[in-house]
Write a protein that binds this ligand. Structure first.
Ligand code: SF4
Ligand code: SF4
Length: 390
């Protein structure tokens, strides 16, 4: 979500000049070459729906659902069309006309990820599957477990340096709490090494973006307000979260900062030393980097401080295809969009992909699994840096 953008105004799709400059930046147009899968096509569909010239049928709505909300179109648009708001409004307005399967999947995802009791249940099942090493069986989706499981040592000691000093609160998010719990420990570990108190925020639900972007705006906003109401400014100096998707949504809260950005600044000031690492890493830049205010160049510079580490970035500049729940609703699209990045990994013998958004991580894991590139790991940069710190 963009800063201070909660009261979305009615927007006019006619602001679009239909110039088509955005088309070649759109990942779904790139794979389909279908005008309805381009930003301009989607704007025309929204206009047709809003004017009643087009019925909200499944075949019309599928083109809105397949948008990854990467906002590459918005960044390039000379008419400054507010594509984000147009899409959020349209998805919300026509959610009730979606196919039943779409609504069921969206509701189940929301229930299991944002309700604490269900999330704890999923986490327990997930940890049991990892413990019994079901990943070794290499059956279907269980193969993914071997990539998701933690590969970071639990060195955390929860030191308190000064009881009068405010802590940093770590917001774990919903999907990140299930799939990347270890990253919160890595955040605390790095902060503790730098004499900063930190703790994980308890009993906080999702940031709200999950529902907000998928047509359930009211529920998304409710989750957002519940979450930020617990950002206790008396107790915490700052709240940090390590999924850039959540950060992009939470940045309007002045007490919040993205964890990658915060920790990179600390490492820059601390003259950190790293272990020699004969590894090839490739850094992925999630679409939410800009809105989450993460300095991607800073990440490259810090990784270059790791002796012998080979650092590369993807030559394909399109989004990975996971955004706005496409991994759930349009998995084939997500896999096709990410394909050039997977070929890059294969061609360049990359050992580790570093990405700071959980949706992108899951898309990479799924694509690596599908393409049998089993030697490539996916890690959060915070976990990688913590593991390499001396
Ligand atoms: S947000 Fe991304 S996927 Fe959606 S229309 Fe714009 S460029 Fe295409
Ligand atoms: S959204 Fe912007 S760039 Fe795309 S066709 Fe419309 S005016 Fe042109």
């Amino acid at each position: 979500m963009k800063k201070n953008d909660f009261n979305i105004k009615m927007l006019d799709p006619e602001n679009c000049a239909m110039c088509g400059m955005c088309t070649n930046y759109c990942p779904t147009y790139k794979i389909s070459k279908n005008e309805s899968e381009s930003p301009r096509g989607r704007i025309s569909i929204i206009e047709g729906l809003n004017k009643g010239e087009l019925k909200p049928t499944a075949s019309a709505l599928k083109h809105l659902n397949s948008c990854t909300m990467c906002l590459a179109c918005e960044s390039i648009c000379p008419a400054q069309v507010n594509f984000y708001d147009l899409m959020v409004q349209a998805r919300d307005k026509y959610f009730h006309k979606q196919k039943l399967i779409f609504k069921i999947k969206s509701l189940l995802l929301s229930i299991f990820f944002t309700k604490n009791i269900f999330r704890i249940f999923i986490k327990k099942i997930f940890n049991i599957l990892i413990k019994v090493r079901l990943d070794k069986a290499k059956i279907g989706i269980f193969k993914n477990l071997q990539y998701i499981k933690t590969n970071t040592k639990k060195r955390i000691n929860f030191k308190t340096y000064d009881t009068n000093r405010k802590n940093i609160g770590i917001f774990t998010g919903c999907a990140t709490d299930i799939f990347q719990e270890s990253v919160s420990r890595d955040c605390i570990d790095i902060l503790n090494r730098n004499n900063i108190n930190a703790e994980i925020l308890k009993n906080i639900k999702c940031c709200g973006s999950l529902d907000f972007h998928n047509g359930r705006k009211t529920m998304g906003l409710k989750n957002y307000h519940d979450t930020v109401s617990k950002f206790n400014t008396n107790k915490y100096k700052k709240i940090i979260g390590y999924a850039s998707g959540c950060s992009a949504f939470l940045m309007s809260n002045k007490n919040y900062e993205d964890a990658t950005s915060y920790i990179l600044n600390i490492l820059t000031k601390s003259n950190a030393n790293f272990k020699t690492s004969y590894l090839k890493v490739c850094i992925h830049k999630p679409c939410t980097t800009r809105l989450a205010n993460i300095n991607f160049e800073n990440l490259i510079q810090i990784l270059k401080m790791v002796p012998e580490l080979s650092v590369s970035i993807f030559d394909d500049k399109y989004c990975c295809g996971a955004g706005a729940q496409n991994l759930l609703h349009n998995k084939n699209n997500s896999l096709e969009i990410i394909n050039p990045k997977i070929s890059f990994l294969d061609k360049n013998n990359i050992d580790i992909i570093l990405t700071y958004n959980v949706g992108c991580s899951l898309n990479f894991i799924s694509a690596i699994n599908t393409n049998n590139l089993e030697n490539v790991k996916v890690m959060h940069p915070i976990s990688f840096l913590n593991d390499r710190l001396i």
